[in-house]
Ligand binder design. Structure first.
Ligand code: ZN
Length: 194
């Protein structure tokens, strides 16, 4: 049966921008699927996750954003896997992304004259445009607690999450998805034994 729930809800199960970015490759109806298939998929994902990227049209050609995003995702996944398994992660590729990242702070006021500081990112290169994502990856690698960065225990599931639950006992990407499948499997195994 086709899952009729909105697939985009899986955009947030990582509970961390960098992990959510890695999770844009996921199992859909039993197939490993890249949910990023075009520049507009990347832009839509950035919008949904409220990533503060530069506004307006981009000065680079068709497909460049998709290629850049997929490249960054590969770098992020490799570094997260290395960090998780205690291997020395290779950081050169990520550092090259970060080096191409001009941004500056900007102050704005709201109607009550509260002052907010946000950052404005560039868009002259795809690396600059994707800086907020690259910085999120850098943040989780440098400051993340990798006891809490975990892979979903679901069979064949490729999703990761940052366990921010109070008891830190999260095991699944979603309780309705992998969590429920595991519960059903355990129930069947018990039933077979009786
Ligand atoms: Zn899962």
């Amino acid at each position: 049966m086709k899952d009729t729930t909105n697939e985009n809800h899986l955009d947030f199960v990582g509970d961390d921008l960098a992990i959510n970015f890695i999770n844009t490759r996921r199992m859909v109806e039993g197939q490993l699927t890249d949910t990023l298939q075009s520049d507009s998929d990347v832009k839509a994902w950035l919008r949904r996750l409220e990533v503060p990227v530069a506004k307006g049209s981009l000065p680079f050609g068709d497909g460049v954003l998709l290629k850049g995003a997929r490249g960054l995702r590969e770098i992020a996944l490799a570094a997260v896997q290395d960090r998780k398994s205690g291997k020395k992660p290779s950081l050169g590729a990520l550092n090259r992304f970060l080096a191409d990242a001009p941004s500056h702070a900007v102050l704005t006021t709201d109607t009550a004259n509260n002052i907010r500081m946000t950052r404005v990112y560039g868009k002259q290169t795809v690396e600059a445009f994707l800086t907020p994502v690259a910085e999120a990856v850098a943040d989780v690698l440098a400051d993340g607690d990798f006891n809490l960065v975990r892979h979903c225990e679901g069979n064949a599931c490729v999703l990761w999450f940052y366990d921010r639950t109070k008891g830190h006992r999260r095991r699944w990407c979603t309780s309705a998805g992998c969590g429920n499948r595991a519960k059903v499997a355990a129930f069947r195994a018990r039933a077979r034994q009786t």
